[in-house]
Design a protein around this ligand. Sequence first.
Ligand SMILES: Cc1cc2nc3c(=O)[nH]c(=O)nc-3n(C[C@H](O)[C@H](O)[C@H](O)COP(=O)(O)O)c2cc1C
Length: 352
Amino acid sequence: MIFRPVNIGPVHLPYPLMQAGLAGYSDRAMRLVARRRGCPYAVTEALLDVILLNGGKGLKQSIDINDEDHPIAGQLIGSEPKQMARAATILSSAGYDVIDVNLACPVKKIRNKARGGHLLSDESTAIDMLKAVRDALPARVPTTLKIRRAYDDSAESHEIAERLLHTAFSCGYAAAAVHARTVEQKYGGKASWDFLRKLKRRYPDNIIFGSGDVFDAASAVAMLKKTGVDGVWIARGAIGNPWIFQHAIQLLNGVDEALLNPPTVHEQREALMEHFLEAMQIHGEQLAGRRMRKMGIRYARFHPESQRVKDAFINVLSLRDWQKVLDQYYKVDGPGVWPGAATVDLVNECAA
Ligand SMILES: Cc1cc2nc3c(=O)[nH]c(=O)nc-3n(C[C@H](O)[C@H](O)[C@H](O)COP(=O)(O)O)c2cc1C
């Protein structure tokens, strides 16, 4: 067997798969559409601690979660250990099952404020932060961290990241998700799965999730096989592809890759409609329209007339526009297509 179920403290995942934190994408709408297609666990985008401490003013969406949106990790990003600890208690009281600390975001506006990935070059603050968050929560609430393999490719930088991981596990963190790129790499270049494989060998008794270059169900399963990590964090590969979870589950259950089917046109229509309606509930119609354009463009890669559908989604402003695209291109059912390899070209930013 190439996979085992995973436990993050008391949180049980029947399959070692999760939907990543993805700023600007992984809101409740994206999470629910994925969960209904097999996703066993999801992480919020990075939430800025000071915003939570100020009552949530300035957050792009409420931190409320509904019954269907579990198990869920609330991910925090910040620069000051005590503030992060207080923000962790806010998320925990709001019902998040796991609290995740972001030591990974490479975006400059975050780094300039000594948050996220920047903390990989400020070891003592990162250690204080990890400990403060852990100490602030009752033992029953698991904490996890998201980290890059290092800040840069220097030996010193790798040693710091390793010490941070070691500290996290020794003070009771239940799991670490490791993005196998350096902070300096941002989202470009290749993720080093070899690094993940060696890391997992050094931490056989700790839960390590792998992140980086998981663009379809086959690569999710390949990461498990090649690196031995305990779970796979599915990020860009999940944008506009909520079926990636059910496909990965099929592969984990021994189905041959050649027997997987892309979503039919009607299955795509169903997910697209569901996604827009959920997004509208969270953001209102106008903002949902803006956010969903980029989603629609990603979904379009499974459509037989992919380019035309993309062009149509670009102009969407409202639910009516969205429905018009669905009526024009998704009315007649038929087989979907597998996207070509070159379609995961979006790269970008953590908006936190
Ligand atoms: C647009 C975008 C937003 C992201 N936002 C977050 C975030 O809020 N929190 C986080 O932990 N990682 C974030 N990430 C990183 C991803 O979760 C993931 O680690 C990274 O994309 C590597 O995986 P991939 O190569 O399979 O996409 C983001 C990545 C992208 C592209």
